[in-house]
Structure formats: structure tokens, C-alpha cells
Design a protein around this ligand. Structure first.
Ligand code: AMP
Length: 382
């Protein structure tokens, strides 16, 4: 039944045997965060609420996270001396984006726990490694093929058919580094348009809707999963997340179970977001994973007993995970570019929760903030 709370909504799954690596970092300690954007900012705010300090490592000074953190280091991610000094100044390290170099995470892990581990970065940084990981864990994806040359692209198109989507294997986000190959498109042109790099060709999924699920896992293996969000994109950028998703409870539970299975397979400590397509015949296909807080989880800040950011801090610090119970239904709307100028009107709206990221310049396509609108259970407008 659409809208019904899913079976696992409030469940905390405690495995029989706890992971021996579990250690608790009590409040008062310092969390190091690689990356200084809005996800780091909202993590630092949640950490502050629980009595932690945050130290941001970002090559660029004065970003959204640094503005609310206790300390910041500005250095390139391959500056070993800066990394060693950063590790010496913090008690645990996490990251707010998955393109942190794996060697950086490894170097830091020589000194201090890095949660999630470098392995989850390796999987999430490469779409081909990621798809193989998903399939090996029993989570289906769109059909795909690895492509390194135009000749290989021709072969892959014969195998997968058109339309298809060609995506660079690495460093793509918000629709960047990808092109849809329609029946009349020249493969060489498509390959050149994404830079001629190592790519994955994916079958085009005529999906009914897109979902995401966020699961937290602590060092002792405890997991807690949030209700799935239904995500709507504009210009390849997330525009709104709606909770509950308009799917049957059984499908919501299946998506949550898949997310848990993936967190376990990664031996994750932290948060994992899993994006899914729901096909027109009701199948779930995973699109990608992100081992960090996720834009589609921002609704939890005002709509849940525990926000994704607090949950992230709890998981990374080895605290008990919080309940994922919803207070109500929710719509999260991103404020992109100059949409953030509507803040005065949003502030006059009863029940609207405004979050701005402190970015000075509202460039087109730039996420400047978001607004959460919370409704009584079952009373959300479409
Ligand atoms: P991604 O960068 O993989 O998250 O893709 C960005 C967005 O493009 C997704 O959220 C979908 O809306 C769309 N998209 C990506 N891959 C496919 C696909 N294989 N079939 C249909 N739509 C896709």
C-alpha cells in the first residue's frame, strides 16, 4: 500500500556477533572531515549538537563546512605532510564526497580510523567496479558493458541496444560526463563528447520512478535504515524528494534490504545511500551508491527522529544509532542557483524549514540550500 510505513521503519538490526573493530569516540573528541561542502557543513552542525568538534580538510578555504567548524586545513589531497598533521589533530576521519583519492584515505588510516574505509571509496569512484559490486551482492542493475574505444562502443551498442547511456567510469555527477545515445547518434561523436575516457555503456531504463535509501551502520555492525525517498530531477540535478515514495510497502522493504546487504558487503561504518530505478513492471535496479550523507536524505533533518547527519556522526563515532521513525510525510526541495533568493517568502510559510549553505555566489546549477516541508502522516500533497 503506498504511503504505509515500511516494516523496517524503526527497526535497529543487531547482528549476533559484534565487529571487534568497534570503538566508541565520546563527545568532546574531534571528527576530521575530508571535503568542505554543504554535506560537511550539515555534518559539522549535527556533530556540534552532540558535543563533538569538527576539523575540515579541503583544498579551498572558507567553504560551507569550514564556516561552522572548529578548524580547517587547506592543502591538496596529496600533500602528505598536511595529511599527517591533520590525522594527528583529529580522533576519527570521514568524508563528505566520494572522490577523495583512495591513497589519501589509506595514508590517513595509518594514523587514525577512517570511516567508511578506503574500500567503499574505491567501489563508489568507479561505475564499472560499482556495478560489478552491486551485481555480486545480488542487487540488479541496468545491463552494462565496459567501453574503452569507439570499436568497443559499437560492440556494446549491438549487445545492449539503443537508446543507451554512455557514462565516464570516473568523476561524473549530476549528469556530467554522460550522454544518451539515441538510434540516430554517431557512436564516435558520443564517445568524444564524454572525453574519450574509459566508460560504461548502460541500457536505457524507461523507469516509472527513482528512489533512494539511506542506511547507517555502526562499527559493531548495527544497522538502521530510513524510509525510501522518491526523487525527481530537473536538468539532471535532484529537485525534490518525496516521502513516502509512491510504491508498495513490499517494494520499499526490498529496497531497504538491498541497501542493508550492500552496507554489510562493504563492511561499511557510516552512511550508505543507494539510488534505484523502479521499472514499469515493479523491479528495482540500483543505479549508484554513495558512502556518505545524500541530498535525498535532507528531509530527515526535520521529518525524522534522527537526521541523516546525526546518524552519520553516531555511526562514525560508534554511538548507538538513532531511531529512523518519521514524524510525518515530507517534501524536500533543493534551492538551486537564484532560487535561494526566495528565502524571505519561505520564512513566512508555516511549517517550512529553510536550510541555506552560506555560499556567496548563486551560480546556475549550484545547490544553495533546501527547504523541508513536513505534513501530517498521509496528508502530503503530490
Ligand atoms: P547518474 O549520474 O548515474 O546518477 O544519473 C543521473 C540521472 O540520469 C539519473 O538519476 C537518471 O534520472 C538518469 N539516468 C542515468 N542512467 C540512466 C539509465 N540507464 N536509464 C535511464 N535514465 C538514466
Amino acid at each position: 500500500m503506498p504511503g504505509a510505513p515500511s516494516r523496517r521503519q524503526t527497526s535497529l538490526i543487531r547482528p549476533a556477533m559484534a565487529d571487534k573493530a568497534g570503538i566508541t569516540l565520546p563527545p568532546g573528541r574531534t571528527i576530521g572531515i575530508l571535503g568542505g561542502g554543504q554535506l560537511g557543513r550539515m555534518t559539522a552542525l549535527a556533530a556540534g549538537q552532540l558535543g563533538y568538534r569538527c576539523h575540515i580538510f579541503d583544498p579551498v578555504p572558507g567553504g560551507p563546512a569550514a564556516l561552522v567548524a572548529a578548524a580547517e586545513t587547506n592543502a591538496p589531497y596529496d600533500d602528505m605532510a598536511a595529511l599527517d598533521a591533520f590525522a594527528a589533530a583529529v580522533d576519527v576521519i570521514t568524508f563528505e564526497f566520494e572522490n577523495v583519492p583512495v591513497d589519501t584515505a589509506r595514508r590517513l588510516a595509518e594514523h587514525v580510523p577512517v570511516r567508511p574505509s578506503a574500500k567503499s571509496l574505491e567501489v563508489a569512484q568507479d561505475r564499472i567496479v560499482e556495478k560489478a559490486f552491486l551485481n555480486n551482492a545480488g542487487v540488479p542493475t541496468a545491463p552494462y558493458a565496459e567501453v574503452e574505444t569507439v570499436d568497443e562502443l559499437h560492440v556494446a551498442l549491438d549487445q545492449i541496444g539503443r537508446p543507451a547511456v554512455l557514462k565516464t567510469a570516473r568523476l561524473g555527477y549530476d549528469g556530467k560526463g554522460q550522454v544518451m545515445i539515441r538510434p540516430d547518434m554517431d557512436p564516435a561523436e558520443a564517445f568524444a563528447s564524454v572525453g574519450g575516457a574509459r566508460c560504461v555503456l548502460e541500457g536505457w531504463i524507461d523507469f516509472e520512478r527513482e528512489l533512494s535509501v539511506i542506511v547507517a551502520r555502526g562499527p559493531d555492525g548495527t544497522m538502521a535504515v530510513f524510509d525510501p525517498a522518491e526523487n525527481r530531477h530537473e536538468n539532471h540535478i535532484l529537485k525534490t524528494s518525496l516521502i513516502p515514495a509512491g510504491i508498495p510497502t513490499a517494494l520499499a522493504t526490498e529496497a531497504q534490504e538491498m541497501a542493508e546487504r550492500l552496507a554489510l558487503a562493504l563492511d561499511l561504518v557510516g552512511l550508505l545511500a543507494v539510488e534505484f530505478f523502479v521499472t514499469r513492471d515493479g523491479q528495482l535496479l540500483a543505479n549508484e551508491i554513495a558512502p556518505r550523507p545524500h541530498n535525498s536524505g535532507h528531509w530527515t533533518m526535520d521529518g525524522c527522529a534522527t537526521s541523516q547527519f546525526e546518524q552519520f556522526v553516531r555511526a562514525v563515532c560508534g554511538l548507538p544509532l538513532g531511531a529512523t521513525t518519521r514524524h510525518g510525510d515530507a517534501i524536500m526541495t533543493n534551492l538551486i542557483g537564484d532560487e535561494a533568493d526566495s528565502w524571505p517568502a519561505i520564512l513566512t510559510e508555516p511549517g517550512a524549514h529553510l536550510h541555506l549553505y552560506g555560499k556567496n555566489e548563486a551560480r546556475p546549477g549550484r545547490k544553495m540550500g533546501h527547504v523541508n516541508r513536513i505534513y501530517p502522516l498521509g496528508k502530503r500533497p503530490d
